[in-house]
Each structure stands twice: as C-alpha cells, then as structure tokens.
Ligand binder design. Structure first.
Ligand code: F6R
Length: 611
C-alpha cells in the first residue's frame, strides 16, 4: 500500500516529507518521490527503489519550499519505474498529485483527456487524475478544492488523492474514497498522511477523513467537505499510541492487522473485474477465445499457503470450466516428468512472486509449451516477467510472515480466473455465473461479520494453547481450509498440526485421537455437511475435543462442539474465504498465549528465494 505525506507551513517541507515517508516504509513500497513548490515552480524528483535512492538524487540540490507532498509507491498499474513513481503532474507542471488505490475508469478517462490534447508521461492510473483536475481548473477557473470535488465525482474506484498547485501555495487538498487518508493541523503547519505514523511527530490530534470527504489543509487549519461540496464539522481524534503501535494501526501485531484488512484485500482484488453486465473482465489475460477453448488441462503449481489456495481453487475451476485440474507442489513438479503441451495451462500462485520453486516450475512449464498465468501480489516481481499473463491480487503489502490477507485475495483471484475461463468457454450457465458474482460481491461484508468471532477464538485459544498436537479436518474445499489452518498454527505457534481430508481419518489418523486432542473441523456446506457431522461424531467418541467452524445458528453443530466459531452461509465453493478466518485467528491467539511473536516465526522468511 502506498504511503502519502503532505506538509504546508512555515518550515522546510523536504525534511518533513522524507521523515514521514520513512515512517511509512514498513508498509512496503517499490519507488518514492516528492514534489515541492519552489519559488512558484513545482519541483519533482521520483526514483524507483528505496527512499535512499531518492535522497541520493536530492543530494546537493536545493529543494527549499514550504509546501510539498511525498509518496512511497506500491505498484498496481504500471511497473515500478522512475516514470511511474509519484507525484504525477499535469501538462502545465503547476499541479502535483499523489494517489493511493485504484482508479477503475482510468482507461476511459485517459482516452478522453488525450483526445482533449493532454500528454501523458506514465502508465499509471494516477496521472489521469492530475490531467482531469487540470482540465477542470482550465474550464472553471475555480479553486483547487472545487476542482478536486468535481474530479472525485468523475473518478471511480477506491482512492486517496492528495494534490498541490502553484496557484495556491498554502493549500493541500486531500480526498478520500474508501482508501484511508488522515489530515491534521498543528501550530502553523498543516499535514496529510495515509497513515498515522506520518503525522505523529508533528501532531497527535488528527482527523481521519470519512469516506467521500475532501479536506483543504492550510497552515494551522483544516476544512472538511462532503463530496456534495457541503462543509462538515471535522471529527478530530487524539492519538496516544507510540510509533510502533501506530505502524500497526493500533493492533498488537501486523498479522492481526492484516487479518482485519481482509475485507479490503478481497474488495480490491475484485475491483474492476466484473462489468455492469456481470461479465468477467480480465484485461491481463490476452488469449483469444479459441486458445482458451483449446485448453485441455490445467496444472496449478505453488508452495505453502499459495498451494492451499490452489487446492481450494481446483474445485471451482473444475466445476465451472470442466477442465481437469492437477495440483502440484512447485518443488515437486519439474522432477516428476509431467505430461504437458501447448494446450495445457499452468497457474503459478505466489504472493511474493519470488519463490524459487514456483519460478522454476513455471519456467519449466513454459519450456514444455504450456501457457502460464501467474497469480501474485507483487507488481514487478520475478514471476511477472516469466509468465504469459499475470493476475494481480490487490491485498497490499503483507508484513507478517504468515500469509493471511494474501491467501484470501488469492482465493478470490482464482475464482475470478475460473469464472473467466468458464465464460469464455461457455461452460457455465450465465445465470449461475451472475449468481456467483453477486455472492462474491457480498464477501467483503461477510468477512467483516466473521471477524466478530475474534473474542470467541481468543477464549478458545487459552484452552488449547498447551496442546502438543492439533488435527484439522474438512471435506471438499474444506480440506484446503483444514490444511491452511494447520499450516498457520504450526508455523507461528510451533504446535504440531496436521490438515486432513476428514474421510481419510479412519484410514490412519484416527489412531492419534484420545482424550483432549483438539480436532478442528471445517463444516463445509452441503452436500458434504452430513458427512462432516458423522466425522465429528467419530472424533467425539474417542474423547477428543471438537472445535467447529460451522454455519451460523446450526443447532446440530452446536451440540457436537466443545467450541464453535460460527460463520455466515455462502455458496459452498466460496466457503474457504470465510472459513479460513477463524483458523487464522486461532493460530494467532494460540501463538500469543504461548508468548511467541506471530509476525516473525523462527526459521521462516517472507519470501523463499532458494530452492
Ligand atoms: C505460510 C507462508 C508460506 C508461503 C510460501 C509460498 O504462511 O507464508 O507457506 O505461502 O512460502 O510463498 P509465496 O506465496 O510467496 O510463493
């Protein structure tokens, strides 16, 4: 997620911007830039890579000015290059703008603005906003605030925009549509940030803009307006967190913060991928319909959590597209002499885009003539260079080593890909596709509801934190959830845990069951629900403790559970998106009970770049 900083006041803007950008470094970024108003002219410097690259570029140059904005970019549209780094400017170069989020209608607006004569210098969606505001200012000759108000009524998507203009040297205008932006004013200064740490050194009284609000920030004052232009009374909050707590948004750990970011991760991953007629739009996949229809086999390759996402997706892909799907651990794939040719499609899933085994697997698949689509969270990562097509998850950077929000985003991205293939192959009735898309659109709201189980999970974690073994069982897509629940628990709590297909219990693992062994059962939707109930009975009969993830209000599940985490009902193939959340929380709270740091589990790295 990009970081935004803005400063206006009596002091020098540059050190405040650089300091604020450093405070936001923890969010992850791939380029950085600043714009400062210098003697009536807007000076900008932008560099790919670390803030240090930007500082080296600034060395020895005079950047004295009292108004400026800075940005650390996490690429979403356009590679992480100098040209695509923010701030972006209009044609007059009197306006500078930074942006966080996604402008969905950037394509249409870019064509319109180009037709009006605007010249674009980058491949970003952000630059569209700069030229749009320029064109409004030209037409209306209005204030920057009024131009931004008109622009936000035209822009679609989730965004936080911050801009400055040479004509108004004491003003920063900030706008929020879903993506967070915080403004504040101290003694003779005005400040803007995408997150509290950027402001903390200058003020502890901040105004988090509400959705669909615009702020005009001047030294010592803030005015807030609704998107309808009406002025509103700003809601100020006092922050008493220290810097570390502020980075984590008040959560104790990044992992917990990221679990709570899942509604946004899922919403952002779906954004712009369905048109008004309910068709899946995947501009990233440029194969013609004949090529898609000729696919006769899909192989999913991935590691760890990404593999579990693939395991869940196999069900949806096969059900919707009727193409057979093989699932391979990336580390195994190239050593087993797989059968693959130009009619094969290989899906490589990797949140980091850097996992050595997954990269090797997709390169190998490419050599065999198969088409390769990568599903990754990191723009510009290695896998994006080796794949024929890339489907990005828009979960934002994940800092906790245990993958959480990127897993949910992968599940959703893979469903989108499956729906797309089904649509292009006519393998799924249209009404069923529309119904599924509608159900997916409700997921972010349902995830919010699932997060309410946190208290119940924390309580259960106290009970089971001393266990030496856990078993996780499920059926169908629930098996993938069980595997993921077990992986999360073992990696951050160091408790031995196994994920198992519930039907396999009686073929071996049932021998492990005895008094007190916690068994987590994922009560996947019909038609497997009854069978899961029978498995839970088997478990109880051996004296094991049962922890159930079950549909809300299900009395039979309540009767069989020692502990129950209830989740709203959704279509069976979408259940992993909700059912995984209580298990992420369980792993988190068990680790906390055991005095461990969930963000930095021993022996693990966020990206595994060795085989
Ligand atoms: C588990 C976890 C790892 C990764 C695995 C693959 O929480 O984070 O199992 O999922 O190392 O990483 P990516 O998805 O980056 O290829």
């Amino acid at each position: 997620m990009c970081g935004i900083v803005g400063y206006v006041g009596g002091g020098q803007a540059l050190p405040v911007l650089l300091d604020g950008m450093r405070k936001l470094e923890y969010r992850g970024y791939d380029s950085a830039g600043i714009a400062i108003l210098l003697n009536g002219k807007m000076g900008t410097v932008r560099r790919a890579g670390r803030i240090q690259n930007l500082e080296e570029e600034l060395e020895g140059r005079s950047f004295e000015g009292n108004l400026g904005i800075g940005h650390t970019r996490w690429a979403t549209h356009g590679a992480p290059t100098d040209e695509n780094a923010h701030p972006h400017q209009d044609c007059t170069e009197r306006l500078a703008l930074v942006h966080n989020g996604i402008i969905e209608n950037h394509d249409v607006l870019r064509s319109r603005l180009e037709a009006e004569g605007h010249a674009f210098k980058s491949a970003t969606d952000t630059e569209v906003a700069a030229h749009l505001i320029e064109s409004i200012l030209e037409r209306r000759n209005c204030s920057l605030k009024d131009a931004v108000l008109e622009a936000v009524s035209i822009l679609k998507g989730a965004f936080a925009l911050v801009c400055i203009h040479a004509a108004e040297p004491d003003v920063i205008v900030a706008a929020r549509s879903q993506a967070p932006i915080i403004v504040g004013a101290g003694d003779g200064v005005g400040l803007v940030g995408s997150d509290i740490p950027a402001l903390l050194q200058h003020t502890r009284d901040v105004i988090p803009l509400r959705d669909r609000q615009v702020a005009r920030v001047r030294p010592g004052s803030v005015e807030v307006f609704g998107f309808d232009g009406k002025q509103v009374v700003p809601e100020q909050v006092h922050i008493d967190w220290d810097l570390e707590a502020a980075e984590k948004g008040g959560y104790e750990d990044f992992m917990l913060k990221e679990i709570h970011e899942q509604p946004y991760a899922v919403r952002d991953t779906m954004r712009g991928r369905f048109d008004e007629k309910g068709r899946v739009v995947l501009d990233e996949v440029k194969w013609d319909t004949d090529t898609i229809r000729a696919i006769n086999k899909i192989v999913v390759v991935a590691c760890g959590t990404s593999f579990n996402a693939g395991m869940a997706a196999k069900h949806a892909i096969e059900h919707w597209t009727r193409i057979p799907v093989e699932l391979d651990l990336a580390s195994e794939f190239r050593y087993r002499d797989p059968v693959l040719d130009e009619h094969g499609l290989v899906i490589g899933i990797t949140q980091s885009g850097e996992t050595a085994d997954t990269l090797a697997a997709i390169r190998f698949a490419g050599e065999m003539g198969a088409k390769v689509v990568a599903v990754t969270n990191v723009v510009g990562s290695s896998i994006t260079r080796d794949a024929d097509a890339v489907l990005f998850t828009h979960a934002g950077p994940e800092i906790g080593v245990a993958a959480t929000k990127t897993f949910l985003a992968q599940l959703v991205a893979l469903n989108i890909l499956a729906l797309y293939l089904a649509q292009e192959r006519d393998s799924m009735p249209e009404d069923k596709r529309l119904e599924t898309i509608e159900a997916m659109a409700r997921l972010p709201e349902l995830i919010e509801k699932v997060l309410d189980v946190e208290g119940a999970v924390a309580k259960a974690a106290k009970k089971y934190a001393d266990a030496s073994d856990f078993l996780f069982i499920g059926r169908g897509v629930g098996t993938a959830v069980a595997m993921e629940g077990a992986l999360k628990l073992k990696e951050i709590s160091y408790i031995h845990a196994e994920g198992y297909a519930a039907g396999e219990l009686k073929h071996g693992a049932i021998a492990l069951l005895q008094e007190g062994v916690p068994v987590v059962a994922v009560m996947t939707g019909q038609p497997l629900y009854e069978k899961m109930l029978a498995n839970v009975e088997e478990v109880r009969a051996r004296g094991a403790s049962t922890i159930l993830v079950a549909p809300h209000g299900d009395e039979r599940a309540r009767e069989l559970a020692d502990d129950i985490f209830e989740v709203p009902q959704v279509k069976p193939l979408l259940t992993p998106v909700l059912d995984t959340i209580p298990l992420q929380l369980l792993a988190y709270f068990v680790a906390k009970e055991r005095g461990l740091s969930p963000d930095k589990p021993r022996n693990l790295a966020k990206s595994v770049t060795v085989e």
